[in-house]
Ligand binder design. Structure first.
Ligand SMILES: CC(C)(COP(=O)(O)OP(=O)(O)OC[C@H]1O[C@@H](n2cnc3c(N)ncnc32)[C@H](O)[C@@H]1OP(=O)(O)O)[C@@H](O)C(=O)NCCC(=O)NCCS
Ligand SMILES: CC(=O)OP(=O)(O)O
Length: 324
């Protein structure tokens, strides 16, 4: 993984990429912004009151040379942004509502990306996922051919790398959603040099239990195979049948997945979000993400439990998504 970040640094340095960090006074954001600017990798665009941000940076003894600061309350292009927002929301917000909404740093920052004044956004160190991603869902929207955005983590421990999905967005995905999440997650895996072998997870392996929940996953397997016939994918699997070869031999001997899956699609957000945090906190995996898939422009969320290093890495990944 350290290789990945070296490769990403090389790929994005000198491309004049601007990444918006709306949480301008958060300690971890400031430390990451200073590091990104100092290393000349990209231009962090911090959102908030300039004096507040500079005061906090001075307290932390971090230098913001090379970073930009934009304050929605002092922004010259604010009225133009209001018009663009009203137009994008197509009758869902009046001008008056837009003026209020755009004072929110996540909405303001997302509009900077949408209008081409920055290339991507990373937020969520101090905001819930819902408040971080809602502006992106409403303004940036999904790219053609993708119905739903979803959020994956790259789980890293030493040389081990896995993709966990969806850990961030879709609370109760249906079979169609799960199939799309699987295909998108396999594409994301390739960005991290993972040759995808996708397991659709359940509490049942190949019909060992029958319920609407297990049938949803087995239907998702069929839909995903139609969407991406060349993808190595199977299910439904319990985690051990997907991950442990000796268990796979007993529970699913005829499957193309032989306990060697590396992309895990969870059946619900409950399972995905709980699952990644258990691997992170009990299993000592680094959890990089959530990386949002399927948006027109890169916007990525952080966990509120993140470190400055997590912010730095996710900003690099976001910059990498802009030059793909
Ligand atoms: C993502 C989430 C915030 C969306 O909820 P919401 O704002 O109530 O969604 P709404 O149904 O009102 O939709 C708002 C807009 O987003 C769009 N949207 C909602 N879910 C979407 C998805 N998965 N992909 C793409 N667009 C989506 C809707 O189409 C709608 O667009 P429109 O206003 O242009 O018509 C919600 O599903 C959620 O809270 N998910 C869980 C987040 C979380 O806490 N995760 C755990 C921690 S990581
Ligand atoms: C991804 C995630 O779970 O975010 P948070 O911890 O901020 O809720």
């Amino acid at each position: 993984m350290s290789d990945l970040f070296s490769v990403l640094k090389e790929k994005v340095t000198g491309k004049e990429i601007k990444i918006v960090l709306p949480e301008g006074t958060d300690e971890r954001i400031l430390e990451a912004a200073a590091r990104l600017a100092e290393e000349g990798i990209l231009t962090p665009v911090l959102i908030g009151n300039k004096q507040d941000i500079e005061k906090k940076a001075a307290e932390l003894n971090v230098k913001l040379d090379g970073a930009e600061i934009k304050d929605p309350n002092q922004f010259e292009g604010f009225e133009e942004m209001v018009q663009a927002f009203v137009e994008r929301r197509k009758g869902k917000a009046t001008e008056e509502q837009a003026r209020e909404i755009l004072k929110d740093e996540n909405y303001f920052g997302t509009m900077l990306v949408y209008s081409g004044q920055a290339h991507g956004l990373v937020s969520g160190a101090a905001h819930s996922t819902a408040d971080t991603v809602r502006p992106a869902l409403q303004i940036i929207k999904t790219k053609q051919g993708v119905k739903k955005t979803s959020g994956v983590f790259i789980m890293v421990r030493g040389d081990e790398k896995y993709v966990f999905a969806d850990c961030a967005i879709n609370i109760s995905p249906d079979a169609q959603d799960l199939a799309e999440i699987a295909v998108e997650s396999a594409n994301t895996a390739k960005m991290f040099d993972i040759d995808p072998r996708v397991a659709m997870l359940s509490f049942s392996t190949k019909g060992s239990a029958k319920s609407p929940e297990t049938e949803k996953v087995s239907e998702a397997v069929n839909v995903a195979k139609e969407l991406a016939p060349n993808l190595v994918l199977d299910g439904e699997f319990q985690f051990d049948a997907a991950f442990v070869p000796s268990v796979a031999e007993k529970k699913a001997p005829d499957s193309v997945i032989k306990g060697d899956a590396n992309v895990f699609v969870f059946p619900s957000l409950e399972a995905g979000n709980i699952g990644y945090k258990i691997a992170q906190r009990l299993g000592n995996f680094d959890a990089v993400g959530p990386i949002l898939q399927g948006l027109n422009m890169p916007v990525n969320d952080l966990s509120r439990g993140c470190s400055a290093d997590d912010v730095y890495k996710l900003a690099l990944i976001t910059a990498g998504q802009t030059v793909q």
